[in-house]
Design a protein around this ligand. Structure first.
Ligand SMILES: O=C1O[C@H](COP(=O)(O)O)[C@@H](O)[C@H](O)[C@H]1O
Length: 261
């Protein structure tokens, strides 16, 4: 039996940002030492705003080596890249467009919008992108991101893996299409559960009182451990770190470390 996930709690999202920065930059530096590049999978939703604070607003003497970052999408909606629902647009506006030129620009891998009407093909193409970057599909069972930055929806979904979805049973594909997402828009692609659980480091960021009920379920109940976020906790154990604010964990029994890594 491995160690449980880490749960770090802070009074507010602003106070969480410096520790999230330390965690991301520790992951960055060890990846650069290991293979000279930092491969990150990012989510949409509320995460990019908090991540922007951590990377672009917090001041310390550490360097964000954006020129060495390769950015992939943990999930994406099948919409044009300038559409209001696009996770790419969100990440671009919150982070990419705000990176000062002297920090260098990451290499970003958005979806191929030629396949908006064929999400199976879109998922296959995105998987091919991962194959070309991470290694041939037959020489590596699963791509291993240096860091996965994930959100947790109020129903316990993460990426576009929703509670009770048959996609949760996937054992082979790296990227999956979804045509009936319970949260709009319905058509999306997502990393599969095996890939989303396979990061060297996996961070969830969950803030605000709206997450309180689901956090209690995920950490304090057996039923919650079967939700997508709970499954990643179970599979990846101590490789998972949650960064939460106090309103998000009000009433939770699972021990949270307050205010520090
Ligand atoms: O639909 C999505 O939702 C999740 C959770 O979003 P949040 O706003 O509750 O943090 C997000 O992680 C995912 O990327 C997105 O497509």
């Amino acid at each position: 039996m491995g160690k449980p996930p880490n749960l770090f709690s802070f009074p507010s999202a602003d106070e969480l940002a410096p520790s999230l920065r330390t965690y991301v930059l520790d992951a960055q530096d060890s990846s650069l030492d290991r293979h000279g590049v930092f491969r990150v999978g990012v989510s949409g939703g509320s995460l990019p705003k908090t991540l922007a604070k951590a990377l672009l607003e917090v001041k310390d003497d550490r360097q964000v080596r954006f020129d060495k970052w390769e950015v992939f999408f943990a999930d994406e909606r099948a919409v044009p890249l300038d559409h209001e629902d696009s996770n790419y647009k969100l990440v671009k506006e919150e982070i990419l467009d705000k990176i000062p030129s002297e920090m260098g620009k990451p290499t970003v891998y958005p979806i191929d919008v030629r396949y908006l009407d064929d999400i199976q093909e879109m998922a296959d193409q995105y998987e091919q992108t991962l194959v070309s970057v991470f290694a041939a599909r037959d020489s590596v069972r699963l791509p291993m991101f240096d860091l996965l930055l994930l959100g947790c929806g109020p129903d316990g979904h993460t990426c576009s893996l929703f509670p009770g979805s048959p996609l949760l049973r996937e054992t082979d594909a790296w990227v999956l299409p979804i045509s009936d997402s319970p949260k709009p828009p319905p058509k999306r692609i997502t990393l599969s559960l095996p890939v989303a659980s396979h990061g060297i480091k996996i961070a969830f960021v969950a803030t605000g009182g709206g997450k309180k009920d689901i956090m209690k379920q995920i950490f304090d109940t057996e039923e919650g451990r079967q939700l997508p976020c709970g499954l990643i906790n179970t599979f990846a154990q101590e490789r998972v770190s949650w960064f939460v604010d106090h309103p998000a964990i009000e009433g939770i029994s699972f021990p949270a470390r307050r205010g520090s890594l």
